[in-house]
Design a protein around this ligand. Structure first.
Ligand code: 5AD
Ligand code: SF4
Length: 463
């Protein structure tokens, strides 16, 4: 998964701090979240549990009694960044030895013992299925004598869904709602199935309850999250049914989702999207490679031809569909010609957004066990740069083609660069600013996309 503002499920390597809030009068806690929206959503679940247990939230580690770092390890850079933050905390702990430091998330799960060995000042190592134990583990830690080795809790539980916990909403019109946890796809490059465990869907009634609760707090735009939402199943309901049920909730203006998998996406889903105005015409469909041999090595069980057919069908059903993807360059054994297949696929599809990555060997993956990371770094860099240059010009052209279009904008708040303007997004997630004229946050306004500055549109209000 991806960065919040750019709607990607891997917007991982950005650190996000929680808003300050006060619930209870217990110890002060700071949670720093790295990684995808799934981690952001997990941090909100943790905040809800710890808020109930009486913790207060603060906005900096300097004034905290407890600091939890929710980590990502999808690529090596993400892991290094999160572990670097832990190292920074060790100096704070020297000044305040009673401070409790915990590491959560994917690095905690995959590198449990190594983390404790290499970072002996860490008090807690807790994996994604064990957050329910955090209040008890923290209490235990508060009373353990100095020098007690850190506590480790990394059991992967097939049944853990946290579906009875309403995550702490940080305000705003947009919220993430996790509908399926884990992943059974085992793409050969990806560590996620090892850190987040097997796939399990959340019961539909608990999803709907959470969305209703969010709507009552002013949320209008709901992003349904999962590593592979297309395999959502609860009783006889599939993902399209879930999407529709969420869209039917009064007060919800828009529903989006991520991520889809080309092997599992259904025509029913595409038609459901096309038939319902509240379901945004935005599809994030990672292709990873445009070459069939590489796709096979990646354990992505579809072909380039099948992928193109899905895109064609989706665009036939939704002519205004915005498309995004994830691509990896320099996967082991990828030749120049095979890379060019990816390049040409991107030229053909013409994505609105693409998240492009250099292959990064990850522990516990099939690719790491069976293949040598043999594409030299300078070749990876060059391939990545070629794709970025291509994609930038496609994205610019696709944006320019939107000029003059009439569409709706969901108002998210004042524009950061001009507090007299509203900032919002179109249904296909393009950022728009427009002059304020008595509307409120959460309103839908009809505009014409009148001008473009960088990647932001200027909207002219339609009466
Ligand atoms: N190296 C580079 N990119 C990766 N991704 C997942 N694992 C790796 C890796 N080992 C990318 C994929 C995935 C996105 C979330 O991150 O493109 O879709
Ligand atoms: Fe990783 Fe593949 Fe699962 Fe996505 S679908 S989380 S890339 S294993």
């Amino acid at each position: 998964m991806h960065e919040l503002v750019t709607l990607s499920h891997n917007l991982p390597e950005t650190a996000r701090a929680p808003l300050t809030g006060v619930t209870g009068n217990g110890p002060r806690i700071f949670i720093q979240t790295y990684g995808c929206q799934m981690n952001v959503s997990d941090s909100q679940t943790i905040e809800s549990m710890l808020g109930e247990a009486g913790y207060r939230f603060c906005d900096s580690p300097d004034s905290a009694d407890v600091v939890l770092v929710n980590t990502c390890m999808i690529r090596e850079t993400a892991e290094v960044r999160a572990l670097g933050q832990l190292a920074n905390l060790s100096s704070l702990k020297k000044q305040n030895p009673s401070m409790v430091i915990g590491i959560l998330g994917c690095v905690a799960q995959a590198k449990r013992k190594e983390v404790l060995e290499s970072h002996p000042y860490v008090d807690l190592v807790v994996g994604p299925d064990s957050y329910r134990r955090l209040p008890i583990l923290l209490e235990e830690r508060f009373i353990s004598p100095p020098g007690t080795p850190g506590l480790l809790e990394t059991t992967l539980l097939r049944e853990e869904l946290y579906d009875d916990i309403l995550p702490r909403h940080h305000g705003g019109v947009t919220a993430f709602v996790t509908i399926i946890r884990g992943c059974d796809k085992f793409c050969s490059f990806c560590v996620v199935p090892r850190t987040r465990g097997r796939e399990r869907s959340r019961p539909l009634p608990s999803i709907l309850r959470e969305v209703e609760h969010l709507v009552a707090q002013g949320v209008r735009d709901v992003m349904l999250l999962g590593q592979n939402v297309d395999s959502y199943r609860w009783e006889d309901r599939d993902f399209a049914d879930c999407l529709l049920a969420v869209a039917d909730i009064a007060g919800v203006s828009r529903v989006r989702y991520m991520t889809s998998h080309p092997s599992d996406i259904s025509e029913k889903l595409l038609r459901t999207m096309g038939d319902h105005e509240k379901i945004c015409p935005y599809l994030h469909l990672p292709v990873q490679s445009g070459n069939n041999r590489v796709l096979k090595e990646m354990n992505r069980p579809y072909t380039r031809e099948r992928y193109s057919e899905i895109i064609e069908l989706a665009r036939r059903i939704m002519p205004d569909l915005a498309l995004s993807t994830d691509v990896i360059v320099g996967f082991p054994t990828e030749s120049d010609d095979e890379f060019m297949d990816t390049f040409r696929l991107m030229e053909e599809v013409r994505y609105d957004t693409a998240f492009m990555f250099k292959y990064s060997e990850r522990p516990l993956t099939k690719a790491a066990a069976r293949l040598v990371d043999d594409v030299p770094e300078d070749v990876k860099v060059e391939r990545l740069q070629r794709l970025i240059t291509l994609q930038q010009s496609i994205a610019r052209e696709r944006n320019e083609a939107q000029l003059g279009k009439q569409t709706s904008v969901l108002i998210e708040g004042a524009a950061p660069k001009d507090r007299n303007m509203w900032a919002g997004r179109t249904p296909d997630f393009r950022p728009v600013v427009l002059p304020m004229n008595g509307e409120s946050v959460g309103d839908l306004v009809q505009v014409q996309l009148a001008a473009l500055s960088g990647f932001t549109f200027h909207g002219a209000r339609l009466s």
